[in-house]
Design a protein. Sequence first.
Length: 450
Amino acid sequence: MQRILNLETKKHIGKKVKISGWVNSRRDHGGIVFFDLRDRTGILQVVCQEKLADGIKDEYVLEIEGEVQKRPIKMVNSDLETGEVELKAESIKILAKAEPLPFDLKDLNVSLPTLLDHRPLTLRNEKIQAIFKIQEQVISSFRKSLKESGFVEFESPLIVPSNAEGGAEVFHIDYYGRDAYLSQSPQLYKQILVGVFERVFTVARVFRAEPSITTRHLSEYVSLDAEMGFIESWEDIMDACETVIKDIFSDLKKICSKELRIHETNLPETGKIPRIKMREAQEIIFQRTKKDNRKEPDLEPEDEKEICSWAKEKHGSELIFITHYPAKKRPFYTHPDPKDPDYTLSFDLLFRGLEIVTGGQRINEEEKLLKNIKKWKNQPKDFEFYLQAFKYGLPPEGGFAMGLERIIKQILGLGNVREASLFPRDMERIDQRLSLLQPKSKKTKVKKKK
């Protein structure tokens, strides 16, 4: 007999079928046993005689044959998609046994370290699964939106010869006896490919060796990157970014309503997203809080939360573009504002108090890039490969990068960005906590590119 999925049983009432899955829970009632059996489509109730269920516990993997029956009206479970039916088991085969669970997997009221220490198990929880179904859809919608606008996807290398940003801390690796680094951004490759395809995007893993342990930083994360040429204005980039964000939210509402409901969260209504300069934002924050950060080169985390509160009150928007960051706080390739060269044609998109996107126009003239490379105290020889794209002509262009895990964190209101990473890497963890796994290696160093 061919296996069918739990959700398909609704079409087989009165018929004998075979299903397979994990025991999500077991309930014993006077010689009768009820299982909630879980497969990739959801949960189905199974009822059987006690002798058939002898020794079976939570998370056992079973193959069950039996007849699909309608549940009595009073026993219908409206919370389940299969809640109108159940399977009366005639035979049960144990495919794999499971050890006793270290905690209640269904409620999963555990600390973050415990959650991550038991990641292969805790990912089976329905609420945790929902995080990554939503994440998968965000990536899918990002791809779909850009492809509909004529962008071409490419695969960005993870091993690079130099530091793309010229300042951030990077992971050094021994590459056949030579220096190389784990990529902190696909930025340089995006720009090179603008000279080939005009519009490109990538879903890239990137690495940041920042010695920080916060609720918003990871050492390895997924960056959703796009770059576009022949722009008329740097605001074209913000327009493209706004379209992608709105498409993502629209698709999530249609496709992931169940998962959003599990997390008891709502997506924002996305009208026109307000746009203000960083200095204007700092002035607004000062007027609202009397905390004076008006001379700071960037927004503090509390400033991001405050300006998002203002945007919601003033414009009814949970998102806001902050533009014109100081040149000294942006990478060497960021285009200065011709009207005020100390500031840049760049932006961050903030969502519910956290930056989720960074972007802007890039310098597309070789001489200006060379000047900035030196000004940022980098070595021109490290960028000879990259500079070929500009030596042989690159149009006005720009792009943006979205932090996938941060987007998920803000959509679902998660307390820590690690919850939005399937297998998070940070200063304390590579799957297992490093303090428990091995002593700190003297040979392995976090090396800052000079």
